[in-house]
Write a new protein. Sequence first.
Length: 138
Amino acid sequence: MNRKIKVYLSGDMYSNWQDLMIESDCIEYLDPRKFSYQNKGMGEFVNQDINKVIESDFVFCYMSEDNPSGFGATWECAVANQHNIPIITVWGKDYIDPFFATKSMYLYTSLQKGIAKICSLATHKHLELNTVTTVDKN
């Protein structure tokens, strides 16, 4: 079976930065803009969000300069950290939060460099999971 690597996209939901992610046959992006239940009630939204973070292989967090609080991204990454899911962060603010500075596998200030890194990591993990190793028993 050829399993795709799931990358949860954490960050603001209004600037459409998620549309800049590079499409790949080996990556499935979990984009909260596409599955969010924000309009159905906070309980459903939070539970759905947590479940998607937990089912991901990586969390890609973009904390843009325009993201006023970053609370959603922070708790999404806290859930990822609790479940040992690697976090790749792009930090666009002047002050780097200590949580992200210490819990991110990689921390960038350039969105393009962060996108390139998550694509590279996901492709490598995809190959690792989907390569069949044969054993010669002779």
